[in-house]
Unconditional design. Sequence first.
Length: 185
Amino acid sequence: DFISGHVGWIEVVCGPMFSGKSEELIRRLRRALIARKRVQVFKPVIDIRYSADEIVSHADVRMRSEVVQGPAEILTRLDWRTQVVGIDEANFMGQDLVGVAQQLADSGKQVIIAGLDTDYMGRPFPPVPDLLCVAESITKTLAICLRCGNPAKHTQRLVDSSDLIVVGATGMYEARCRHCFDPGA
Ligand code: ADP
Ligand code: ZN
């Protein structure tokens, strides 16, 4: 954790699906609320499968959030008094998130971003790799491999599709370790 002053910064929480990114984001945002900071939370419109006005973890931990079409809308919806900005599903936000996150941090905000670092093929998932480069703090969360029980850094797609984005959760994806991950499956 950082000592809060008037200086902003960027924290990124990344890893595969089911690794606890959303729960870690919510944990940090709740601590900010306990510290009486003003918090705003955003998620992309593509991810309204569980709730339109909340971020929801796979274990059903929830927190109120605002839905945006993209990074530019974060700036238009931002209350200038907000001190802490949470952003979930960064991998669905698009490349402009890198500039927006920096603009927020430069203006003194604490920016906490969660997202997938790799896609279902194990490739870097834009814009998360670039966010890691501009972040002050990086946390990589691991899930549990459903095949063998080891720490899992991969998101295995179980359904047949070559689309980069197939929105879904249990049944469509599962966490796999380096050994059990099979991008060709
Ligand atoms: P993410 O945002 O990274 O997809 P979530 O925060 O939504 O992850 O969910 C994390 C929760 O998912 C865990 O606390 C656990 O209860 C549950 N879970 C389900 N499958 C797994 C798995 N394979 N490994 C770890 N946690 C899992
Ligand atoms: Zn495994």
